[in-house]
Every structure is written in structure tokens, then in C-alpha cells.
Design a protein around this ligand. Structure first.
Ligand code: SF4
Ligand code: SF4
Length: 310
């Protein structure tokens, strides 16, 4: 059985990627399971999706604890323990990361023994369109597994995305094929894992949690900024940038609409974004009446910031 886990952030199309890979397996005659798993269900939050595929009926259920292949669409997830990217990887599991950081650096950072690959994508894949990253990951996974043909992959994209129209389907097929081609030197690197056996399985690592009164165990949160220690700004893939020459201090519509309370108003009346806690939902960009807030790719904004401070 093949066990594949996709990790990404809400909005990166990883649920669709798992569906496309599952359908492609199906076209090759496999029995398939695929399912997404969300935490906070909102754009930018860590999520994962998994696919099981076998020539025989699949009786295994639940999340994949010992993956044969892990695909990571957003490399900022790797150091976040709660995202569980490295969970269960052994010396034969393949880790594929969409990242500008080279493989040997990831080897040092993760200290894992199995193959590590980074996903190089040609310029024809529009990285500013988040969903394109997910579909390219699906294509790359198909090639790494080695039992999925281009025809099966193309048909799977058509099956899953047909309701979105022909133009979207064609764009996604192009991105899926780019991912497929990018892994041509590693075709078949992923091997099937052994079936999980009930015999010899250890007992669950139960812990006793003392029962508390509801009054104590249910925290009351009545205001924003109660989670200052959690930098949700790390989730951001796009950054809102205010152009103060166009901002007319319009009663701070942006601040009122920000769902994370990440825009405050300075003493001189200027709206100021708290980038440590702005999750990049772009609601402020849409709501600003004079269009004074621009949406900029996070990597480009960070690079411009570094150049400015150099
Ligand atoms: S909504 Fe736009 S114009 Fe109004 S305060 Fe915010 S940035 Fe300025
Ligand atoms: S993008 Fe704008 S509205 Fe969304 S969290 Fe950031 S500052 Fe708030």
C-alpha cells in the first residue's frame, strides 16, 4: 500500500491535490482513500490531506502515521511541531518540499535519514496563484510514485476540476505536468510500505488528565490580541501594504474589518498593521475605499524589506 501525506496551508490547494492524486491512482486500477484534515478552517492555517492506494481493498483508516511520501507545499510549516510534517518519517520515507532552500540544508535542519527532494518548478507555473502550487505538488507526487501515467494524471485533473471550466482545467493540467516533469529524475523513488499489522502493536500512550470544572477548563476569550505569543503572521503568503499617500483615514474601514484585530490606529491617525499577527486574508485590501492597500507576495515584500534595511 502507498501512504501519502500532503501538508500545506489553507488556500494552497492541497486538498484538491490529494483528490487529484487519488483519482489518478483510481484510473490506474488502485483502490483509493483520500481525505483532508483541518485544524483552524481558514486561509493560511496548517492543514494536511492524505491518500492511501493499494491493489487490494484497504481496511486501514484514520490519519497516516507512517508515510511513504510526504509533500510540503509551504516550507514554513516544517519547523512548526503542531503541523506534524516530520511525523513518522523513517529512512525509506521520501520528503518533497516546495522550497528555495537546497536539499542539503533541509537535511541539516530536519536530521532525517530518508531521501529529501525540493521541487523546482519552471517559470511557466504561476507561483502567485496558490492553487497552482498544490496541483504541481500532485503532479510531482504522481511521478515520484512511479505507477501513474501522464494520461491518468491528466484525466484525474479533468475529473476533479471540470466544474470550474475548461480554461481552469487546462491551466491546472499544465501545472500538474510541470510538477510531473520536474521529478523525472526521481521517478519511482517512493516504494510501497508494508501493511500495518495488529500483532505486536503497542498500547496507546494514554495519559491521565485530571477532570476540571467547566468554569476552569473552558477559557473565556472576549477580545483580540489574547494570543500575542502565537505569531499567526507566519502563516501569511501575501502581505497587505498600506500606501499612506493614498490613505485618507476613512474612519479606518480596514481596522474595523480586520478579523484578527491586526490593524491599529496610531496617534497621528495612520492605520498600522501588526505583521506578527496579520494572517494575510486580504480583507482589508478589498475593503479599503480608496484602494490604498496593496497585496504583495510575502517573499517579495520580505526581500524588499531586507534590501531597505541593508
Ligand atoms: S481603509 Fe484604506 S483609506 Fe481607510 S484608513 Fe484603512 S488604509 Fe486608510
Ligand atoms: S490581511 Fe488585512 S484584514 Fe487580513 S489579517 Fe492582515 S491586516 Fe487584517
Amino acid at each position: 500500500m502507498y501512504r501519502i501525506r500532503f501538508h500545506g496551508r489553507g488556500g494552497q490547494g492541497m486538498k484538491t491535490a490529494s483528490r487529484v492524486l487519488g483519482s489518478a491512482f483510481f484510473h490506474e486500477g488502485f483502490e483509493v482513500q483520500d481525505a483532508p484534515r483541518y485544524g483552524a478552517e481558514r486561509r493560511g492555517a496548517p492543514m494536511n490531506a492524505y491518500v492511501r492506494a493499494d491493489r487490494a481493498p484497504i481496511y486501514e483508516r484514520g490519519i497516516i502515521l507512517r508515510p511513504d511520501l510526504v509533500i510540503v507545499a509551504d516550507d514554513t510549516l516544517v519547523p512548526i511541531p503542531a503541523a506534524g510534517v516530520l511525523q513518522g518519517l523513517d529512512n525509506r520515507s521520501v520528503l518533497l518540499i516546495d522550497s528555495a532552500t537546497p536539499e542539503d540544508e533541509w537535511r541539516k535542519r530536519t536530521n532525517i535519514g530518508g531521501p529529501i527532494l525540493v521541487l523546482p518548478l519552471p517559470d511557466t507555473v504561476d507561483r502567485s496563484s496558490l492553487a497552482m502550487i498544490g496541483i504541481a505538488c500532485a503532479g510531482a507526487a504522481a511521478r515520484l510514485i512511479g505507477v501513474i501515467s501522464e494520461d491518468a494524471l491528466e484525466q484525474a485533473v479533468r475529473d476533479e476540476l471540470a466544474p470550474l471550466g475548461e480554461a481552469v482545467v487546462e491551466k491546472n493540467i499544465q501545472a500538474a505536468m510541470a510538477g510531473y516533469a520536474a521529478m523525472s529524475d526521481h521517478a519511482g523513488t517512493v516504494s510501497e510500505g508494508v501493511p500495518a499489522a495488529a500483532s505486536g502493536a503497542g498500547s496507546p500512550d494514554w495519559v491521565d488528565v485530571p477532570v476540571e470544572e467547566v468554569r476552569l477548563s473552558g477559557p473565556a476569550i472576549h477580545a483580540g490580541a489574547t494570543s500575542v505569543e502565537v505569531r499567526t503572521g507566519l502563516w501569511r503568503t501575501f502581505r497587505p501594504v498600506i500606501h499612506y499617500d493614498r490613505c485618507n483615514h476613512c474612519n479606518w474601514v480596514c481596522s474595523s474589518f480586520c478579523p484578527d484585530n491586526a490593524i491599529s490606529v496610531a496617534e497621528d491617525g495612520r492605520p498600522v498593521i501588526d505583521y506578527d499577527h496579520c494572517k494575510g486574508c486580504m480583507i482589508c485590501v478589498v475593503q479599503c475605499p480608496p484602494h490604498a492597500i496593496e497585496s504583495v507576495l510575502e517573499v517579495e515584500a520580505a526581500a524588499a524589506e531586507r534590501r531597505g534595511s541593508a
